[in-house]
Every structure is written in C-alpha cells, then in structure tokens.
Design a protein around this ligand. Structure first.
Ligand SMILES: O=P(O)(O)OC[C@H]1O[C@](O)(CO)[C@@H](O)[C@@H]1O
Length: 529
C-alpha cells in the first residue's frame, strides 16, 4: 500500500472521540473491505446484549449475577434506586473519609497524620489501584501508596522495610471482595504483626474494602478497624476499579477521582452507541476478532509510549485474559478461548522484544498508546532542535512503520495526556471492548472458574504438608526419603509433591526439617531437625 493510500485509509477509518480527547487508528490492521459490514449482524447482537446488561439483565449466567460496573460512574443508570443510593453513599463516604484523614481528624495513634497508604490486595483488588497510583501519582500527593500484592514473605519484608518507622503514620487498606483470598489474608496478618511489633494497635490504622459479612468484614469489625467500605456481588473483581476498591486508595492519595469517573462515564456514553465507526470499543473488539480469527490466535501487545502507562498491560492481562480465557462457550461447547496480553512501554521495549516483533513469529498485533503531551513545561533541545519527546514520537512512528513493512499489524490509541479523565476513559474503553468481544465469541466474560482449580490444588498441597510434619515429628531423628515419607503419609503417588514440600521445608527454618544425603531427589533424606 502506498503512503498515499495509507493516508487515505488512516483518515477514512480514524475514530475520533472529542469528549475524552481520544482517537483510535485501525488503518494498520489489514482487515478486508467487507469485514466491517460482514460483522454487522454479530456486532448488532453484541450491542443488544450490552444494552440489556446495562439495564440489569443477568449477564453472568454461570454465577447468576448482574454486571454493574458501568453504574459505578453513572449511578442514575442503576436498575434500582437502592443500587443508585448504595453507589452514591459509598462515593460520599469514601470522599469524606479521605478528607478527614488529610485534615488529621482521622489520625494515627502515635503520629500527627497518616502520610502513607499500604494497600493489601491481589488481582483486581490491587492491579487497578496500582495502575492508577502510578499513572496519576506524584511526589506532591498528600499520601504515597505502597502495595502488598502477594504471599511472598521476602516481598512483604521489602515493602514493610521500606515503610520502616513510617508504619506509625501508615493507613493500611485491606481489599478483598470475597474476603477470603489467602494471599491477602496472609499479607494482612503479617502487616498486623509488623504494627504490633512497633507497639501499635493495627485496628486503629486499618480499613477494609470487602463484601458485607465476608471473613474480612467480620475480622475488621471484630477487631474494631477504623472503617469498612462495601463491595457488591454485581461488580466483578477485574472491573472494580471504580468501586471502593479504586476510590479508597485514589481519594487517600489525593487524586482527581471526579475526573477519573467523569472520563469513564463520557467514554461509556460513546461506547454505548450502536455505530461501529464512531464506537472505539466496538472497533477494538472487531479488530481483536479480525486479528485472531475469533480464536485469539494472535497475542495483544500493549505498547504505551509513556512511562506513566507502563502498568496498563499488567492491568489488561487480568481484565482481558481472566474475562476471555475460557474453556466453555455460553452454550457449553469446549472452545478454549482467550487473547494473551503482554507489553511494557516504548521506546524501552524496542530494546527488548521488538526485534522479534519485526522479524520473528507473526503471532501478535500491537496496540500503541500515543500521548501527545510530553511533560509539564517546556523541553530542552537534545540534538539540533529536537527534544526528548520528539524522539519518543519518532521511535513510535518508526516502530509502527517498521512493523507494518513486515506485515505486522498495529492499532494506535492517541490521547492528549495522562490525566485522570484520560485514564478513566481508557479503563472504560477496555471494559466495554472486552464485553463486546465476549459477545462476538459467545463466552461469559464475567466469571473465573479456572482460578478455583489452582486454589483447590494449593489446599491439597498444604494438607499433605501437615501430614508430613506430623510424620517427621513422630519419626524424630530418623532420616527418610521422599518416597518413604510419601508412603508413610498414605500418598505414595504424590512422592514428587512430597519431595517439593520437603525441599522447601528444609530450606527454611520455620518447621524444623533437616535435609541430608545427596543432591538428587532419590539420594535426599529428611528428618526433624
Ligand atoms: O478481591 P478478592 O476476592 O480477594 O479476589 C482477588 C482476585 O482473585 C480473583 O477472584 C481470581 O483471580 C480475581 O477475579 C480477583 O480480582
């Protein structure tokens, strides 16, 4: 295609969204002339289903739940007055609480004010807040936000160590919709101990965001925490950023939450329109369908040319892959659907994996995110009249061309800046695109059955560990092999898991297990230390 033809294609297909200052360029995706028209019937059905979802239909049939994240930024759309009230009350309570914290009305036991936030959560209870804190945060914010998002003891020590003395002025926000996620529970208990070791009452420095009556809710209320904020079953974890999950940390950090919600609301209004050419979410969904043949055969590379958006791909990994990565279709057929997501930021990634994108396996499509505003204030010239921002643009356009020349497809989202409205709009854009795409491929985007399998398997592993430790205690100083111990605990077929457990137990002093013998699994011997 000549440059002239590309320019024509760029202009013809450019989706312009003035209300949020965003454009979507799909011209470097090589869909055929009849593709968009050909998809019209399936897209219309997706629009109808999405309209029903927003009106309160059961859109998550596997869990018999409604899907209400759009109502979080437009409470007036809620299908019942009670939901609207619940949302606006939550918004008001979160804002008032943050104001009281900033004013020192809610204050720590042994410091003048809370200056740090420690968010303990995982998945949708952390990834969205991490993206927002990074994208919109600055050293001038009234509070800085830290995260514990894993059950890694060393990771907890690093984060709590970085807080150090400042723990006394840290407000811990424990977030778990279910209230039972073990990683979050572990982080909470370890954090609680850190406060206690400094002679601080954890409850006086903690709030919870969780479902009413959950394990976490009961613990928080039973231990007289400062506050609890609600989560509802009609908001999924990966679409909860505009619930208290995202609003509590964002308000405490001092971010422009009103702008964030307004950007999302404005984007929702645009992506509600049944006109594909004017609906960026519909275009994204259709381009995903085109690229992967409705089977996810090409990976989604998210490449923002802006440091502040580096966590966008990590956030979208959950939103896209936990929504679309499904074994069964809505009519029970095995489809193994999904779209893999990866990426970090440009131009940095040009010095990492772009080599393969240009010359390697053509199993991806790129979504560039171009941010027009370089920085607050003016830039210096770094070479001739060129600024660093000129170089960033040059590298983006150069990479886009270098890929296109080799038949590698890309789209480009262009925004004015990385402000609260823009970030809210981007989140809303992808929530809608995922929902529309799910309809195109006939799957339920709003449950996550696959994660239960891993949780159950982990429970079995820890059950085996309990039996192992009891056996080792009883066997005292007798050194035994993994095979023998697997027999001893009545799990002869799980010798490898038993070996892995023993390897970890003997590498740490917590449970008093000693390893002797050779390096190979069959040579190793284990005993109570
Ligand atoms: O907020 P919770 O209930 O602790 O769940 C955390 C995450 O775990 C999942 O349930 C499974 O990965 C996610 O959907 C969710 O965001």
């Amino acid at each position: 295609m000549t440059e002239r033809e590309l320019w024509e294609r760029y202009q013809r297909h450019l989706c312009v969204v003035p209300s949020v200052g965003l454009t979507l360029d799909i011209s470097r995706m090589n869909f055929g002339a009849d593709f968009l028209d050909g998809m019209r019937p399936r897209m219309d059905a997706a629009f109808q289903a999405m309209d029903a979802l927003e009106k309160g239909a059961i859109a998550n049939p596997d869990e018999n739940r409604r899907v209400g994240h759009y109502w979080l930024r437009a409470p007036e759309l809620s299908p019942e007055a009670a939901l609207k009230t619940a949302i606006t009350d939550m918004q008001a309570q979160v804002a008032a609480f943050a104001r009281d914290v900033h004013a020192g009305k809610v204050k720590p036991a042994k410091a003048a004010k809370f200056t740090q936030v420690l968010l303990v959560g995982i998945g949708g209870s952390a990834l969205g807040p991490q993206l927002v804190a990074d994208a919109l945060g600055s050293h001038r914010d009234p509070m800085q936000v830290h995260f514990l998002d894993n059950t890694d003891p060393d990771g907890m020590d690093r984060t709590l160590g970085q807080l150090g003395e400042r723990l006394s002025e840290t407000l811990t926000v424990v977030i778990s919709k279910s209230g039972g996620t073990k990683e979050t529970r572990n982080g909470m208990l370890e954090t609680e101990r850190a406060y206690q070791q400094r002679g601080l009452d954890f409850g006086a420095h903690a709030v919870a965001v969780t479902g009413d009556g959950s394990e976490l809710d009961q613990y928080a209320k039973g231990h007289h925490w400062l506050r609890t904020f609600p989560m509802w079953d009609w908001v999924g974890g990966r679409t909860s950023l505009m619930s208290a999950v995202g609003l509590v940390p964002a308000r405490l950090q001092g971010l422009d939450v009103d702008g964030f919600l307004a950007g999302a609301k404005d984007m929702d209004a645009v992506t509600r329109v049944h006109d594909v050419a004017k609906n960026p979410a519909a275009l994204l969904a259709l381009m995903w369908f085109h690229a992967g043949g409705g089977r996810g055969t090409k990976d989604m590379v998210i490449l923002p040319y802006k440091d502040r958006l580096m966590l966008m791909s990590k956030y979208l990994q959950q939103l896209v892959m936990e929504s679309l990565g499904k074994e069964l279709s809505l009519d029970g057929k095995v489809v193994n659907q999904g779209i893999a997501v990866y990426g970090n930021k440009g131009s940095t990634d040009q010095h990492a994996y772009v080599q393969q994108l240009r010359e390697g396996v053509n199993n991806f499509f790129v979504t560039f995110v171009e941010v027009l505003k370089d920085r607050d204030g003016k830039s210096m010239a770094v070479e001739g009249d060129n600024t660093s921002g000129d170089y960033l643009l040059g590298f983006f356009l150069g990479t886009r061309r270098a890929l296109f020349e080799k038949g590698r497809e890309s789209m480009t989202l262009t925004v004015q800046d990385v402000g609260a409205r823009t970030v809210g709009a981007l989140i809303a854009l992808y929530e809608r695109a995922v929902g529309l795409y799910a309809h195109l491929v006939n799957i339920n985007a709003y449950h996550q059955p696959g994660v239960e399998a891993g949780k159950k398997a982990a429970g079995r592993v820890l059950e085996l560990q309990g039996k192992l430790l009891a056996k080792l205690q009883a066997a005292k100083a007798e050194a035994r092999s993994a095979d023998q111990l697997a027999q001893d605990i009545g799990a002869p077929d799980e010798a490898e898991t038993v070996f892995k457990l023993l390897q970890h137990l003997s590498a740490n002093g917590d449970h008093g297990v000693k390893r002797t013998g050779g390096e190979r699994p069959a040579e190793a011997r284990f005993q109570a230390a």
